[in-house]
Ligand binder design. Structure first.
Ligand SMILES: [Zn+2]
Length: 453
């Protein structure tokens, strides 16, 4: 499958430019020329079956068991047939909460502190120095990393700016969305601050943003700001995705305001609450009450383990809290829940692989989910929160598939195998494989070593 892979040409960020950064993206961030797939033969499913998967028009039309021997029907192999032997077919992940405009800026920002306030200050100081092209370069690289690891749908929050062109982040991400239109569904939420006037928000939507976002919990009057953002969403006829209560101490009025306001919205209109860390610090009665309000209002919750484990709880040296909402409790209460990474290698989180497998692993160890539920949150749950149609190796579902060289889902989440083939709407958009090298042969071919005396 390596032959399917190539570095993207036009519009790609210069490798030299990015690699010059101390935290330059890994070379594995790449995409392929999308190629149609008609059939995947002999591929495994998480339930242990070995099947052929037939695809037409970007949709899975048949999943046919081929028997316990796992021998595929390769009588008529062709360029549109993938030999799936040794691979596991999974629903392709979705990233329901990214900040691609901030991604990969850690090396340039390096905040002196490590909590949310320090990260916000560091980003604001850095953001006045960046233009649309700089944001575009990092965002494109980050989006390609997501695709290479298997993610075929992304919702990114994008800052509006007080200086210069206030919409330069939105414009940069609209360019990324256009350039990667064949590889990934990209939703853009305008990250509205309380200092952003309404006309700036309207202009962001006109420039290409899909949703209204924001973080009212850090506004001077979080209740008033929550009402203002929902008023704007109703005026403009769009959905909302708000950062909700990304803290552990304090009241919880913003969540109630949010759920009260959107409870009467029509079904299907996007209403998402990201973070919700505070719910995890409430007692059992409070958690149940929050779950009931979220469920009745149809609000989808996005939990973001890697970033909130990094940012939250730093003031507590004893029994340090994890900063996550009670994920299993929300699920048990009927709430739609997805999971993502939030920030990747920026002032809010210096690490991260842009890989949903990493998020699933953290859900297992930090949110105490079982493997299947963890994987649900980064795939079907994330797609539900994003308002996307179902995907996966199921007849009638969109053929957004992640093929991983692994024996089962446990192996995927534990090992994060490198060998992956990514399909979006039935077309291969990325294929990667690990290679075995002979270190002595490699050194023998090094020009430096050959020239050494
Ligand atoms: Zn966020």
């Amino acid at each position: 499958m390596d032959t399917l892979t190539r570095q993207r040409g036009d519009g790609a960020p210069s490798r030299g430019t990015l690699d010059a950064r101390p935290d330059g993206p890994a070379a594995r961030a790449h995409t392929t020329v999308p190629r149609q797939v008609d059939r995947i033969t002999g591929v495994g499913l998480p339930d242990g079956r070995v099947v052929d998967v037939d695809i037409e028009g970007g949709v899975v039309v048949a999943v046919t068991e081929v028997g316990g021997a796992g021998l595929p029907d390769l009588a008529n192999p062709g360029p549109a047939v993938i030999d799936g032997r040794g691979y596991l077919a999974l629903t392709a992940p979705a990233e329901p909460h990214a900040h691609l405009d901030k991604a990969l800026s850690w090396g340039a920002t390096r905040p002196p502190g490590c909590d949310l306030g320090a990260a916000i200050d560091a980003w604001r100081a850095f953001s006045v120095t960046v233009d649309e092209d700089e944001i575009h370069e990092r965002a494109l690289a980050a989006a390609r990393r997501l695709v290479a690891s298997g993610t075929t749908a992304v919702r990114t929050h994008v800052d509006l700016h007080d200086d210069g062109d206030p919409l330069r982040g939105i414009r940069a991400l609209v360019r990324v969305r256009d350039e990667l239109a064949d590889q990934v569904d990209l939703q853009i939420a305008a990250m509205v601050g309380d200092e952003d006037p309404a006309d700036r928000v309207r202009a962001a939507l006109e420039a290409g943003a899909d949703l209204i976002g924001g973080a009212p919990h850090i506004a001077p009057d979080s209740i008033a700001e929550t009402h203002r953002l929902i008023d704007l969403a109703e005026e403009l006829g769009v959905g909302v995705d708000l950062h909700v209560d990304e803290f552990l101490d304090g009241d919880h009025a913003m969540l109630t305001t949010f759920t009260d306001r959107v409870a009467s919205w029509e079904p299907g209109r996007i209403r998402t609450a990201g973070h919700c860390c505070r719910i995890g610090a409430m007692d059992a009665l409070g958690q149940a009450s929050a779950a009931e309000a979220l469920c009745e209002a149809g609000v989808g919750v996005v939990t973001l383990p890697i970033t909130n484990l990094y940012l939250q709880g730093r003031a507590e040296c004893t029994s340090t809290p994890r900063g996550l909402p009670p994920v299993q409790g929300l699920l048990d209460g009927g709430v739609t829940v997805g999971a993502g990474a939030d920030n990747v290698r920026d002032p809010f989180n210096p690490v991260g692989r842009s890989d949903a497998v990493e998020t699933a692993m953290l859900l297992v160890v930090a949110a105490h989910l079982d493997m299947d539920t963890a994987w649900h949150l980064v795939t079907d749950g994330a797609r539900d929160v994003m308002g996307l149609p179902p995907a996966g190796p199921v007849p009638g579902h969109r053929a957004d598939l992640l093929l991983v060289r692994a024996g089962g889902l446990d192996d995927v989440i534990a090992d994060a195998p490198v060998d992956r083939i990514v399909l979006r709407a039935g077309r291969v958009v990325s294929a990667t494989a690990s290679v075995v090298v002979d270190p002595f042969l490699t050194q023998a071919h090094s020009p430096d070593l050959q020239e050494a005396p």
